[in-house]
Design a protein around this ligand. Structure first.
Ligand SMILES: [Zn+2]
Length: 385
């Protein structure tokens, strides 16, 4: 339908051109007759519901001039959206080859052809066209946005960062957060190459770009923990818990390891209880129950879980409760309880996921870039409550 609506003005324009020409000189009459014939042939295809053939006829007879450039661009973009990229590329290449186009019209056609190449997966060609626009300072915002997508796809984080900085200067929102992720990718590569000085410098830059970003703080805390700088790591973990409560579950294991190395279990449980009073996080509840079991025994853990589950029942808590009860039973474990435990465990495992709050994509493990919509930092853990 969309195509047919667009084709009506194409047909009208073609008719008008044909009519205008018919008033010209005598020697053009034969050409006009051909145009008329093509016009009616195109209309005939339309009437017979053969839009593809109609398109070919109309595009073939539509002369490129300043009055029809918009029509070509609209048709090309329509073909691209329908997945007919070859046709879109033909139309846009045909446009660019014309010397009569104004600079603005040519830039529009170059951008459109670049989009066609991107859709066709010909990223090198697309990159070349967008670079040309940037060099000539034309259509900077869309050209840079597309280049950013290409560089991310190629995992060229340095170029992604540079392009994002240019977009930032143009007033594009949210670039600071993206830049922090690009710098974290570079930092993680540097850590893999055992170049921690370079990693530290990327992470510092990342926090300058986005002062409250989670990822650079998480990597920095991990580096401190690795080097045995436990107090430094704990300070960072606490900061993460304050600024990003949804991710508390991610820091509990390394944080408990720091307190274990410092041999300060009471300080650890004190912090857990404090954060639980403020945030009511499920992972923290489970951690408190584990700590209580180690320090005060299974009865204390069962009592704590039973009272918390009465307020906020959840499968992971129930699973832990059953496991504690089974442990108490020792060799005399009830088979019925074992069976229930297996069911609950499977159901609880299914709940562990990360959900993109922008597009709804779910994954089992954390992804800093959503595999669905390619946004950065939009995936949140779902088992926080
Ligand atoms: Zn998403």
């Amino acid at each position: 339908m969309e195509l047919l609506i667009l084709l009506l003005p194409v047909a009208a324009a073609s008719g008008w051109l044909a009519a205008r020409r018919s008033m010209r000189q005598q020697q053009e009459r034969q050409c006009e007759a051909d145009m008329d014939s093509a016009y009616y042939r195109g209309l005939n295809y339309l009437v017979n519901e053969q839009p593809d053939k109609a398109i070919d006829v109309f595009v073939g007879m539509l002369e490129v001039n300043s009055e029809t450039v918009e029509m070509h661009l609209a048709l090309g973009s329509l073909f691209r959206r329908r997945g007919e990229v070859d046709r879109a590329i033909r139309i846009h290449q045909n446009l660019i080859a014309r010397s009569t186009l104004s600079a603005d019209q040519r830039s529009q056609a170059v951008l459109a052809l670049g989009n066609d190449y991107m859709k066709a997966g010909l990223l090198d060609r697309a990159e070349g066209l967008f670079e040309e626009l940037v060099e000539n300072k034309r259509l900077l915002q869309p050209a840079l946005t597309n280049l950013k997508m290409i560089f991310q796809h190629e995992k060229d984080w340095k170029k992604s960062f540079e392009v994002s900085q240019r977009l930032d200067l143009l007033g594009e929102k949210g670039e600071g957060e993206d830049q922090a992720h690009f710098l974290c990718e570079l930092a993680e590569m540097a850590i893999k190459d055992s170049n921690e000085i370079s990693a530290g410098s990327y992470l510092k830059q990342a926090l300058e770009a986005a002062p409250f970003a989670l990822r650079p703080q998480l990597i920095m805390a991990g580096i401190s923990e690795k080097h045995g700088a436990c107090e430094e790591a704990i300070t960072r973990f606490k900061q993460i818990a304050d600024q990003h409560p949804n991710y508390i579950g991610e820091i509990l294991q390394p944080m408990s390891e720091c307190f274990r190395r410092l041999q300060q279990p009471s300080r650890w449980i004190e912090w857990l209880r404090e954060i639980y009073a403020n945030k009511q996080n499920l992972q923290v509840m489970l951690e408190i129950a584990s700590e209580l079991e180690s320090s005060d025994g299974a009865d204390a853990a069962i009592e704590f879980l039973t009272s918390e589950l009465a307020n906020t029942p959840n499968l992971k808590g129930i699973h832990q409760l059953i496991a504690l009860r089974m442990m108490q039973q020792g060799e005399h474990q009830s088979q019925f309880l074992q069976m229930i435990n297996q069911f609950v465990e499977r159901m609880a495992a299914r709940q562990s996921a990360y959900l993109c709050h922008r597009c709804g994509f779910t994954t089992r493990t954390i992804h800093w870039q959503c595999p669905g919509c390619r946004s950065w930092g939009t995936m949140l853990p779902t088992d926080t409550q």
